[in-house]
Write a protein of this length. Structure first.
Ligand code: NAD
Length: 320
């Protein structure tokens, strides 16, 4: 049966009308994991905390973002991060470099920021131009200011369950699962993608002895042979491969929770921008089968920013 976008909208409407626990819930069990709403709740809490710090005479958290070149998507992401800082009362600074900047110049700037007591968090927007190694730049950021959680010290701590900065996207996903009280214990989670910034860390967090967590995790990647069969056995799917609409309805079992991390700009002449954003999941056909699903946009994206703000806040609080 072909399910149309109207069916999906009706299911969402049905949920809004009847809520979660009622006789009609079997008709409309799919629920949207609304990242915008959950992120707003986190930002509202942070706003209050920042106001309290001001009353106590403490300085506001300060995030410095470094942007190299003028990649359209990176510009958009950095602008959203700066805007979110302003919204909650953080100080933010954007430092821009030309695409042709030498690595040594970038490292000098990071060293200056590492030594600046007013700076709580440093993020370098990735990807960097080809002549600059991501790893060298990430390692240059002091682990105590690495609010993106990419430094090997923070990655190591996360693996061992030692409190640390957790990469913003996986942290945001965990906060989203927590916000909506999605059951994870004992579930089979399939993570598609093994990058250091999404796939690997989310697989570690989901398998951790925590709530959310305690999943049995399978990691899939570009060399996985039987992706469809593995996905069909999943209670939770996290799709983070960057290939639009790879996860199709026939790969998802009824009642699964689906987290779509993918964001790809796909040309669309009807849009003023000339593109639309597509996730890694074929939302319209997958959504009716799910217990929970994130939309793109409005799912993991806003949670990534909320998680970054939380990391920056904690960095500031640790110093205070
Ligand atoms: P990446 O390119 O570093 O990693 C992609 C991974 O997917 C790789 O590990 C690869 O092995 C795997 N893969 C590729 N093709 C596959 C296939 N056919 N089957 C199974 N696995 C396959 O990407 P990334 O940085 O992890 O990002 C993934 C997606 O998430 C991108 O669309 C990116 O834009 C998006 N993203 C979104 C946010 C957010 O805030 N929403 C944050 C980070 C990344």
């Amino acid at each position: 049966m072909k399910v149309t976008s109207t069916d999906v909208r009706n299911k969402i409407k049905c949920r809004e009308l009847f809520g979660n626990h009622n006789d009609a819930s079997y008709l409309c069990s799919m629920q949207i994991l609304d990242g915008k709403k959950a992120a707003q709740a986190i930002k509202d809490e942070l706003k209050i905390e920042v106001a309290r710090m001001a009353v106590e005479g403490k300085k506001a958290p300060h995030l410095v973002a470094i942007l190299v070149g003028n990649n359209g998507a990176s510009e958009t992401y950095v602008a959203s991060k700066v805007r979110a800082c302003e919204e909650v009362g953080f100080k933010s600074t954007l430092i821009r470099f030309e695409e042709t900047v030498y690595k040594i110049r970038l490292l000098e700037e990071i060293e200056k920021l590492n030594n600046d007591p007013d700076v709580d968090g440093i993020l370098v927007q990735l990807p960097l131009p080809k002549h600059i190694s991501n790893e060298d730049v990430i390692k240059a950021i002091h682990p105590d200011k690495d609010v993106d959680g990419f430094h090997p010290v923070n990655a190591g701590k996360m693996i061992q369950g030692i409190p640390s900065f957790i990469p913003a996207t996986p942290y945001g996903i965990m906060l989203l699962l927590e916000h909506y009280k999605v059951e994870t214990e004992g579930k089979h989670a399939v993570v598609i993608g093994r990058s250091n910034i999404v796939g690997r860390p989310i697989s570690i967090l989901l398998s951790s002895n925590s709530n959310p967590g305690n999943c049995t995790v399978t990691i899939c990647h570009s060399h996985t042979h039987n992706l469809k069969e593995i996905c069909l056995s999943a209670d939770i799917i996290v799709a983070a491969l960057g290939k639009p609409e790879t996860v199709k309805a026939d790969m998802v079992k009824e009642g699964a929770a689906v987290i779509d991390v993918g964001i790809t700009r796909v040309p669309d002449a009807t849009k003023k921008s000339g593109f639309k954003l597509k996730g890694d999941v074929a939302f319209e056909t997958v959504a009716p089968k799910c217990s929970w699903i994130t939309p793109v946009p409005g799912g993991v994206g806003p949670m990534t920013i909320a998680a970054l703000l939380k990391n920056t806040f904690h960095s500031c609080k640790m110093k205070n």
